[in-house]
Write a protein that binds this ligand. Structure first.
Ligand code: SF4
Length: 226
Protein backbone atom coordinates (compact mmCIF):
# COMPACT_ATOMS: atom_id res chain seq x y z
CA UNK A 1 0.00 0.00 0.00
CA UNK A 2 1.43 3.43 -0.92
CA UNK A 3 2.54 5.86 1.76
CA UNK A 4 0.19 8.63 2.81
CA UNK A 5 1.66 12.14 2.84
CA UNK A 6 1.84 13.93 6.19
CA UNK A 7 0.05 16.87 4.58
CA UNK A 8 -2.90 14.66 3.58
CA UNK A 9 -3.19 13.32 7.13
CA UNK A 10 -3.12 16.84 8.53
CA UNK A 11 -5.84 18.00 6.14
CA UNK A 12 -7.99 14.89 6.66
CA UNK A 13 -7.86 15.53 10.40
CA UNK A 14 -9.20 19.02 9.68
CA UNK A 15 -11.87 17.80 7.25
CA UNK A 16 -11.78 14.65 5.06
CA UNK A 17 -13.73 16.44 2.33
CA UNK A 18 -11.10 19.21 2.20
CA UNK A 19 -8.46 16.52 1.78
CA UNK A 20 -10.43 15.13 -1.16
CA UNK A 21 -10.42 18.57 -2.88
CA UNK A 22 -6.78 19.19 -2.08
CA UNK A 23 -5.64 15.90 -3.58
CA UNK A 24 -7.32 16.81 -6.88
CA UNK A 25 -5.21 19.98 -7.17
CA UNK A 26 -2.08 20.24 -9.31
CA UNK A 27 1.19 19.80 -7.46
CA UNK A 28 1.97 23.48 -8.13
CA UNK A 29 -1.17 24.54 -6.28
CA UNK A 30 -0.23 22.36 -3.33
CA UNK A 31 3.18 23.99 -2.78
CA UNK A 32 3.58 26.10 0.35
CA UNK A 33 2.98 29.78 -0.42
CA UNK A 34 6.06 32.05 -0.04
CA UNK A 35 4.65 33.58 3.19
CA UNK A 36 4.79 30.16 4.85
CA UNK A 37 8.44 29.72 3.89
CA UNK A 38 9.27 33.24 5.13
CA UNK A 39 7.72 32.53 8.52
CA UNK A 40 9.47 29.17 8.83
CA UNK A 41 12.76 30.94 8.08
CA UNK A 42 12.38 32.88 11.34
CA UNK A 43 13.01 29.69 13.30
CA UNK A 44 16.79 29.31 12.76
CA UNK A 45 17.23 33.02 13.63
CA UNK A 46 15.67 33.24 17.11
CA UNK A 47 18.94 34.36 18.71
CA UNK A 48 19.39 37.24 16.28
CA UNK A 49 15.70 38.16 16.57
CA UNK A 50 16.10 38.40 20.34
CA UNK A 51 18.99 40.84 19.84
CA UNK A 52 17.37 42.82 17.01
CA UNK A 53 16.08 46.37 17.41
CA UNK A 54 12.35 46.97 17.18
CA UNK A 55 12.95 48.71 13.83
CA UNK A 56 14.68 45.63 12.45
CA UNK A 57 11.93 43.35 13.73
CA UNK A 58 9.47 45.45 11.77
CA UNK A 59 10.79 43.93 8.54
CA UNK A 60 10.08 40.37 9.72
CA UNK A 61 6.85 38.37 9.22
CA UNK A 62 5.95 38.55 12.90
CA UNK A 63 2.31 38.24 13.94
CA UNK A 64 2.42 40.02 17.32
CA UNK A 65 3.19 43.62 18.27
CA UNK A 66 7.00 43.73 18.01
CA UNK A 67 7.87 44.35 21.67
CA UNK A 68 5.37 41.67 22.73
CA UNK A 69 6.98 39.26 20.27
CA UNK A 70 10.43 39.83 21.70
CA UNK A 71 9.10 39.34 25.25
CA UNK A 72 7.26 36.17 24.27
CA UNK A 73 10.32 34.70 22.55
CA UNK A 74 12.52 35.59 25.54
CA UNK A 75 10.03 33.90 27.91
CA UNK A 76 9.97 30.82 25.67
CA UNK A 77 13.77 30.67 25.70
CA UNK A 78 13.92 31.04 29.46
CA UNK A 79 11.32 28.34 30.07
CA UNK A 80 13.05 25.90 27.75
CA UNK A 81 16.51 26.67 29.13
CA UNK A 82 15.22 25.80 32.61
CA UNK A 83 14.18 22.37 31.35
CA UNK A 84 17.34 21.88 29.21
CA UNK A 85 15.42 21.78 25.96
CA UNK A 86 16.42 25.10 24.37
CA UNK A 87 19.86 23.86 23.21
CA UNK A 88 18.38 20.65 21.74
CA UNK A 89 15.84 22.68 19.80
CA UNK A 90 18.42 25.19 18.58
CA UNK A 91 20.94 22.52 17.55
CA UNK A 92 18.85 19.63 16.23
CA UNK A 93 20.48 16.47 14.90
CA UNK A 94 19.01 17.17 11.46
CA UNK A 95 16.77 19.59 9.62
CA UNK A 96 14.21 19.04 6.85
CA UNK A 97 14.46 15.28 6.80
CA UNK A 98 12.24 13.18 4.55
CA UNK A 99 11.03 10.50 6.94
CA UNK A 100 9.30 7.36 5.70
CA UNK A 101 7.38 5.19 8.11
CA UNK A 102 5.34 2.08 7.64
CA UNK A 103 2.24 3.97 6.52
CA UNK A 104 3.15 7.60 5.92
CA UNK A 105 5.91 9.89 4.78
CA UNK A 106 6.84 13.55 4.74
CA UNK A 107 9.28 16.22 5.81
CA UNK A 108 10.19 16.53 9.48
CA UNK A 109 11.45 20.07 10.00
CA UNK A 110 13.83 19.17 12.84
CA UNK A 111 14.90 15.87 14.34
CA UNK A 112 16.07 15.87 17.97
CA UNK A 113 18.12 13.03 19.39
CA UNK A 114 18.24 11.58 22.88
CA UNK A 115 15.32 11.20 23.13
CA UNK A 116 14.35 10.97 19.48
CA UNK A 117 11.61 13.57 18.84
CA UNK A 118 10.27 15.36 15.75
CA UNK A 119 9.73 19.12 15.58
CA UNK A 120 7.23 20.65 13.18
CA UNK A 121 7.43 24.35 12.39
CA UNK A 122 4.03 25.92 11.79
CA UNK A 123 3.48 29.19 9.96
CA UNK A 124 0.17 29.64 11.76
CA UNK A 125 -1.15 30.82 15.09
CA UNK A 126 -1.07 28.48 18.09
CA UNK A 127 -4.32 27.69 19.91
CA UNK A 128 -4.82 28.99 23.45
CA UNK A 129 -3.37 25.76 24.85
CA UNK A 130 -1.67 22.75 23.33
CA UNK A 131 -1.72 22.35 19.55
CA UNK A 132 -4.45 22.13 16.90
CA UNK A 133 -5.92 18.68 16.30
CA UNK A 134 -4.66 18.56 12.70
CA UNK A 135 -1.13 19.41 13.92
CA UNK A 136 -1.38 16.72 16.57
CA UNK A 137 -2.15 14.17 13.84
CA UNK A 138 0.76 15.49 11.75
CA UNK A 139 3.07 15.25 14.77
CA UNK A 140 2.04 11.64 15.48
CA UNK A 141 2.67 10.80 11.81
CA UNK A 142 6.15 12.37 11.98
CA UNK A 143 6.92 10.55 15.22
CA UNK A 144 5.76 7.22 13.81
CA UNK A 145 7.85 7.68 10.68
CA UNK A 146 10.98 8.48 12.72
CA UNK A 147 10.30 5.59 15.09
CA UNK A 148 9.99 3.22 12.13
CA UNK A 149 13.21 4.44 10.52
CA UNK A 150 15.26 4.46 13.73
CA UNK A 151 13.63 1.35 15.20
CA UNK A 152 13.08 3.23 18.46
CA UNK A 153 9.97 4.42 20.20
CA UNK A 154 9.10 8.13 20.11
CA UNK A 155 6.98 9.41 22.98
CA UNK A 156 6.81 13.17 22.36
CA UNK A 157 6.84 15.76 19.61
CA UNK A 158 7.21 19.54 19.35
CA UNK A 159 5.38 22.29 17.51
CA UNK A 160 7.03 25.66 16.94
CA UNK A 161 5.10 28.78 15.93
CA UNK A 162 7.88 31.20 14.93
CA UNK A 163 5.60 34.10 14.01
CA UNK A 164 4.30 34.02 17.61
CA UNK A 165 7.49 33.05 19.48
CA UNK A 166 5.73 29.97 20.87
CA UNK A 167 7.08 26.43 21.24
CA UNK A 168 4.97 23.54 22.57
CA UNK A 169 5.74 19.95 23.42
CA UNK A 170 3.09 17.24 23.28
CA UNK A 171 2.88 13.69 24.61
CA UNK A 172 1.83 11.15 22.00
CA UNK A 173 -1.12 9.91 24.00
CA UNK A 174 -3.53 7.11 23.12
CA UNK A 175 -6.09 9.74 22.13
CA UNK A 176 -3.67 11.46 19.74
CA UNK A 177 -2.67 8.14 18.17
CA UNK A 178 -6.33 7.18 17.71
CA UNK A 179 -6.94 10.49 15.88
CA UNK A 180 -3.94 9.71 13.64
CA UNK A 181 -5.38 6.27 12.79
CA UNK A 182 -8.77 7.84 12.00
CA UNK A 183 -7.11 10.32 9.63
CA UNK A 184 -5.13 7.52 7.97
CA UNK A 185 -8.32 5.52 7.41
CA UNK A 186 -10.07 8.64 6.07
CA UNK A 187 -7.31 9.31 3.51
CA UNK A 188 -7.16 5.68 2.40
CA UNK A 189 -10.93 5.57 2.05
CA UNK A 190 -11.15 8.64 -0.23
CA UNK A 191 -12.75 7.46 -3.45
CA UNK A 192 -15.29 10.28 -3.70
CA UNK A 193 -16.12 13.45 -1.77
CA UNK A 194 -16.86 12.57 1.89
CA UNK A 195 -19.73 14.24 3.75
CA UNK A 196 -19.32 17.90 4.73
CA UNK A 197 -18.37 18.56 8.32
CA UNK A 198 -20.64 20.64 10.51
CA UNK A 199 -18.20 23.23 11.81
CA UNK A 200 -18.75 26.82 10.71
CA UNK A 201 -15.41 28.03 12.00
CA UNK A 202 -13.52 25.44 9.97
CA UNK A 203 -15.60 25.94 6.84
CA UNK A 204 -15.21 29.72 7.16
CA UNK A 205 -11.43 29.32 6.94
CA UNK A 206 -11.53 26.71 4.15
CA UNK A 207 -10.35 27.71 0.68
CA UNK A 208 -12.67 25.12 -0.88
CA UNK A 209 -15.89 26.48 0.69
CA UNK A 210 -17.21 27.68 -2.67
CA UNK A 211 -16.49 24.43 -4.48
CA UNK A 212 -17.81 22.47 -1.52
CA UNK A 213 -21.06 24.40 -1.66
CA UNK A 214 -20.91 25.56 1.95
CA UNK A 215 -21.18 29.29 1.10
CA UNK A 216 -24.10 28.66 -1.23
CA UNK A 217 -25.80 26.49 1.36
CA UNK A 218 -25.32 29.13 4.05
CA UNK A 219 -26.93 31.79 1.84
CA UNK A 220 -29.78 29.45 0.96
CA UNK A 221 -30.41 28.72 4.64
CA UNK A 222 -30.41 32.44 5.41
CA UNK A 223 -33.04 32.93 2.71
CA UNK A 224 -35.07 30.08 4.14
CA UNK A 225 -34.38 27.61 1.33
CA UNK A 226 -31.76 25.45 3.16
S1 SF4 B 1 -16.03 24.02 3.35
FE1 SF4 B 1 -16.15 22.82 5.27
S2 SF4 B 1 -17.05 20.81 4.69
FE2 SF4 B 1 -16.35 21.84 2.80
S3 SF4 B 1 -14.29 21.05 2.47
FE3 SF4 B 1 -14.05 22.95 3.59
S4 SF4 B 1 -14.00 22.39 5.76
FE4 SF4 B 1 -14.79 20.62 4.62
Amino acid sequence: MSHVAFSDLRTAAYCPRKCYYQRRQDDDDRKSPPEVTEIRELEPRYESLLEASIDDLGAEPIALPLAAYRDRLAETRQRLEETDHWKRLREPDARNVLATGRHCRGIVHKVLGDPLEPVLVSAGKPPENGVWESQSVHAVAAAKALAWEHERSVERAWLEYPAYGAIRRIDLTTRRKAAYRRALRAVRGLDGPPARIDNRAKCGACEFAEECGVRTRTLRSLLGFG
